[in-house]
Ligand binder design. Structure first.
Ligand SMILES: NC(=O)c1ccc[n+]([C@@H]2O[C@H](COP(=O)([O-])OP(=O)(O)OC[C@H]3O[C@@H](n4cnc5c(N)ncnc54)[C@H](O)[C@@H]3O)[C@@H](O)[C@H]2O)c1
Length: 297
């Protein structure tokens, strides 16, 4: 089966980027969100990103229009029923994801490939909510933020994934202009297995008074040549998402290095999610380009 039509679940930070990239690669793309307002918000972000690419000359005004025409938004599951692949990028919550997959399994054609963009939930735990046939067509496609710019996609297989479906998914990632790497179904896959303990340790260092938010960020940037420090990165990823990922990885491995520090939990409870909510380790509300560090300790 050739992949022609792509369905995306969720039009948040990741879903909007994945939809933009799929439409940009020439696929008819339909995105499902829970409300019209959230579709509007997500599509607003896509418009802005496309305008930036057009300004830079990466795409022409004509291509910008064509990409827009390939994209549509919906609040119904039915409109995804004839998609060849569905990429799910909803909230990092196992129950919510399982509920969604169960609903879609009954609606989609038997050939449809299900792919999750989860950062930490095991693909196996999600796939078992679907029929035995679908389980062979169930994979992980883990993109990175911001999706239109980041080249990597981790392509994840379970012990039941059909070999030809897996190879098709690797090829699909290439068609999206990405560089695929192969990963097994272990919570966090390759990148988050290494990144999450580092991010959590940075928060512990802050809690212990090793350095300030700015000094820890500056150290990792200038001392190691990282493009941004751990707190800037956390605000960018979303601290709610980071917290959910850490909880899931801790439950999976039962190792202290994956345990979310108390400060992270308090920040999430207080609604400090990072850039998307205006405040996280930094305050973006006054001058988003020059955010000021928050007083958290
Ligand atoms: N933020 C990152 O850097 C990053 C990177 C890679 C992977 N991920 C993964 O991508 C997924 C989404 O993360 P995000 O950062 O885009 O979160 P987000 O909070 O920005 O977006 C999630 C969106 O999903 C929507 N949603 C919730 N339930 C839904 C449903 N049943 N159907 C359709 N839409 C629904 C929400 O309304 C929200 O707009 C998570 O699994 C996360 O772990 C995130």
């Amino acid at each position: 089966m050739e992949i022609r039509k792509v369905g995306v679940l969720g039009c948040g930070l990741m879903g909007s980027g994945i939809a933009q990239v799929a439409a940009g690669a020439g696929f008819e793309t339909v995105v499902r969100e829970v409300s019209d307002d959230l579709i509007k918000k997500g599509f607003g972000g896509i418009e802005k990103s496309l305008a930036k690419f057009a300004e830079k000359g990466t795409i022409t005004a004509e291509q910008q229009g064509e990409i827009r025409n390939r994209l549509s938004g919906t609040t119904s599951f039915e409109e995804l029923s004839d998609c060849d692949i569905i990429i799910e990028a909803i909230i990092e919550n196992l129950e919510e994801k399982r509920k969604t997959y169960q609903q879609l399994d009954g609606l989609c054609k038997p050939e449809t490939i299900f792919a999750s963009n989860t950062s930490s939930i095991s693909i196996t735990e999600m796939m078992t909510t679907t029929s035995p046939e679908r389980q062979q067509r169930f994979i992980g496609l883990h993109f990175f933020n911001p999706v239109p710019l980041m080249k990597l996609v981790e392509v994840v297989r379970t012990i039941l994934t059909d070999e030809s479906i897996y190879e098709q998914a690797v090829e699909f990632a290439r068609r999206l202009g990405k560089v695929p790497v192969r990963a097994g179904d272990k919570s966090g896959f390759i990148v988050n297995r290494l990144l999450v303990p580092y991010m959590l340790d940075s928060i512990r260092a802050l809690e212990e008074g090793v350095g300030s938010i700015e000094d820890i960020d500056t150290s990792m940037k200038l001392g190691l040549g990282y493009p941004m420090g751990p707190f800037t990165l956390g605000d960018f990823v979303g601290l709610d998402t980071t917290y959910y990922i850490a909880e899931i990885m801790f439950n999976e491995f039962r190792e202290k290095r994956f345990a979310p520090p108390p400060l992270l939990k308090r920040m999430v409870l207080a609604g400090l999610y990072g850039r998307k909510s205006g405040r996280g380790f930094y305050d973006y509300t006054k001058d988003p380009k020059n955010p000021t560090p928050m007083k958290l300790i």
